[in-house]
Ligand binder design. Sequence first.
Ligand code: NAD
Ligand code: 89V
Length: 343
Amino acid sequence: MAKFKGALIGCGFFAVNQMHGWRDLPDVEIVAICDRDPERLDIVGDQFGVARRYRSAEEMFADGGFDFVDVATTVGSHRALVELAAHHKVPVICQKPFAPTLADAKAMVTAAEAAGIPLMIHENFRWQTPILAVKAVLESGAIGTPFWGRVSFRSGFDVFSGQPYLAKGKRFIIEDLGIHSLDIARFLFGDAGRMTARTKRINPEIAGEDVATMLLDHDNGITSIVDVSYATKLPEEPFPETFVEIDASQGTLRLGKDYALTVHGPKGTTRSVVAPNLLPWASRPWHNIQESVALIQKHWIERLAAGAEPDTSGRDNLKTFALVEAAYLSAERGETIALEELL
Ligand code: NAD
Ligand code: 89V
């Protein structure tokens, strides 16, 4: 089978994981890379043996020769780069967060649809092995119909050393990390129509909020709590594990530390460990995230080959991004926000 040829824009901190993931897929070859920073371009180009290197995305698109583009830059450039891909009719993956504003994200979806190209947001947390295991339990019916859930990420890990820009933005934890947790809540419990949120900044060295507590009213009647913190100093650091609690009509589910999954239902209690695989290029504690990168990339290629929409398409991810916007609005106003006002 002919290989899918890809190009990648943004050769920074996280893109290295994406390059490893692409290299592991037998039917994919990254034929061109782009970064404004020549040093990053050479580091990634040399590590992965990519000869075609560009400092300008416009020049890379003008030369062409690839079937899709993977945008791994930070949020400020996402809209321009997705619109550039749409202009050249090249299928595009865009890293989270989708865009600086919901209006930008909507414009990006419109541009991709008008060009007739698929747009996938690289929202990888729902592809983590432990989260997929939770989803499988729900779908099995083992605990019945959920009525309450919690998606929790509480850590004191220093994310700023690897990603210094995270300390500078007016928005921090909801936009960067809570966005993943909100997407997991949608994945497990369905779309949500109302959001109530409270935020705090505990770390005085950063500009944005580092704690958020969000209450979601899901359309199917489930109530969920999504709580995130980078100000939580625990005896054992759980980064980057997401904990999940679900109460349902016939039982309960708990996903806790070290990927321990407890499922209690009419047939009894089962305890298992749903740890992610440690890929050869991965490193602890990031391996959970790194494996989910490989899995979402595989999903993209499968859907591209089938001409089908990816699960975290731009249109789907508008609903996750709207929850982010709603959380900031709710915290600012001290009110509950109806999502229909935003979407
Ligand atoms: P980074 O700053 O380390 O890397 C971004 C790179 O993009 C830089 O090298 C920069 O020079 C380059 N760049 C920026 N604008 C450009 C443009 N217009 N043209 C060419 N190059 C450009 O950032 P990072 O930490 O790697 O984060 C990148 C993105 O990945 C962010 O959106 C971040 O939120 C996301 N991220 C996702 C995950 C995940 O699990 N999905 C994890 C970490 C980061
Ligand atoms: O996944 C992310 O988006 C990362 C991190 C886990 C550090 O928050 O920025």
